[in-house]
Ligand binder design. Structure first.
Ligand code: GTP
Ligand code: MG
Length: 418
């Protein structure tokens, strides 16, 4: 039923796969909660009625299921899909995130801009706010300038995490439970293992943003090798960004594209062995311009419609949308598997343990019932034997009395005659 619902409704966005699975699994666990509650009440009555029917340990185990189910429900409500963006300084990571969010949320700029991890997640509040590691106090932000200000006031090391809580109503991606993590340039930190440990282990997707004017670097490869060691089969997308620059050298576009493709595929398929070349070239590598994508989605109303776009921009915009679709499909599928498979298994365990306990109680009560029926039958048999004896005794007593009275009668008659 879920598969059917999902296929009907996923026409718009593959992310709905995740949000619908989350709604469905929440409903299933609410049903499990009421089943657990009902069974608890039943077993309480059973244990009050007859201590032999259920052991104390088993009874306590079942009572604890209530808390367990509620804990799982609260974990499910916090489950989300997480994507981490990484790459060298100034490759366009923050611009890509902004383009996907369809708004200039993160500060971007030349040189080294992002100086710590920035996590953008949803809030039901109407106003955005920032949470920094130093204080629990939410800092309000109403514009991009104040996000930059809020960040530049802090002395943060590259490993620390700043959370930007963005109103869900403003952005579809965030409304659908996607958390986006932007990182500082991979070349500014020596401690990549720490990054992975702190920010990447629960990521469903990694997006490597490369500048098409350069190429994939040793630092980026090393980072991904370490990721692949910690996580089995990570989902990695490679974005060849700044593809708008090819407008200035149209004669070399194809050879440059081929060169990037060859290197990217060699890395993903031959070195990391994540997928085959066909799959990687169709679904994992994209030649885009984050700058143009952001511009097309977040237009300056005062600028002329074509300003800022290079020759051939439409193809790059289409490629960006294609990347987003592949990304959404991949992240929702992975997140459902990694997050909900565990919950499903826990749910099955809970139901199995409840079923086993109630079946045991039923069996025991059945045995007790049979025993008492047996006793009743035995007593019945004894009763009817006694009844028979009694009847026989009464009959013979009557007979004797008849004999005696006849005898007495005869004697009296005799005596009278005499
Ligand atoms: P750090 O945060 O410093 O690591 O950089 P980043 O990877 O986040 O890059 P950012 O998004 O700040 O972009 C750096 C500069 O490149 C900015 O001036 C962007 O406007 C520019 N830029 C980003 N994407 C593109 C693109 O596709 N084409 C062109 N021409 N410029 C781009
Ligand atoms: Mg940045």
């Amino acid at each position: 039923e879920l598969a059917r619902q999902i296929s009907v409704n996923s026409a718009n966005s593959p992310l709905k796969l995740f949000t619908q699975a989350k709604t469905t699994i929440t409903q299933i666990f609410k049903n499990i909660a009421s089943y657990v509650d009902y069974s608890n009440k039943f077993l309480e009555e059973v244990s009050n009625a007859d201590k032999n029917l259920i052991t104390d340990d088993k009874y306590k185990d079942i009572q604890q299921l209530n808390d367990k189910v509620n804990r799982i429900l609260s974990v499910i409500s916090r489950d989300h899909m997480k994507v981490v963006f990484f790459g060298r300084t100034s490759n366009g990571k923050s611009t890509t995130v902004n383009a996907m969010l369809r708004e200039r949320i993160l500060p971007v700029g030349m040189g080294h801009t992002t100086n710590c991890f920035l996590q953008i997640e949803g809030t039901d509040e109407a106003e955005a706010y920032v949470l920094t590691p130093e204080s629990d106090e939410p800092k309000s932000v109403s514009s991009l300038g104040s996000i930059s200000n809020a960040l530049s006031r802090e002395k943060l090391d590259s490993d620390s995490l700043v959370k930007i809580l963005w109103p869900k109503e403003k952005c579809r991606l965030i409304r659908d439970d996607v958390i986006l993590v932007d990182s500082p340039g991979i070349d500014v930190s020596a401690n990549l293992d720490q990054w992975i440990e702190n920010h990447c282990l629960d990521a469903d997707v990694f997006v490597l943003v490369i500048s098409a004017e350069a190429t994939i670097t040793v630092a980026e490869k090393k980072f991904l090798h370490n990721v692949a060691q910690r996580l089995s089969n990570p989902n990695i997308f490679i974005l060849m960004n700044r593809w708008d620059a090819t407008a200035y050298e149209p004669e070399s576009v194809e050879s440059v594209r081929q060169q990037h493709l060859d290197r990217g595929l060699e890395f993903l398929c031959d070195e990391l062995k994540l997928c085959d070349r066909k799959q990687a070239s169709e679904h994992r590598m994209f030649f885009i311009s984050a700058r143009e994508a952001l511009l097309s989605r977040n237009k300056d109303p005062t600028a002329s419609p074509r300003s800022g776009f290079n020759e051939g921009y439409q193809e790059r915009l289409e490629e960006f949308s294609k990347f987003e679709h592949e990304f959404e499909e991949c992240i929702s599928k992975t997140a459902i598997q990694t997050k909900f498979e565990q919950h499903t298994n826990r749910g099955k365990e809970i139901i199995a343990s409840l079923r086993e306990t109630t079946a045991n109680v039923c069996n025991k009560s059945q045995i007790l019932k049979q025993e008492s029926v047996q006793k009743l039958t035995e007593m019945d048999e004894k009763n009817s034997f006694l009844e028979h004896e009694l009847r026989a005794m009464t009959e013979s007593a009557k007979e004797k009395i008849r004999h005696i009275s006849e005898d007495v009668y005869k004697r009296v008659a005799q005596t009278l005659n005499d």
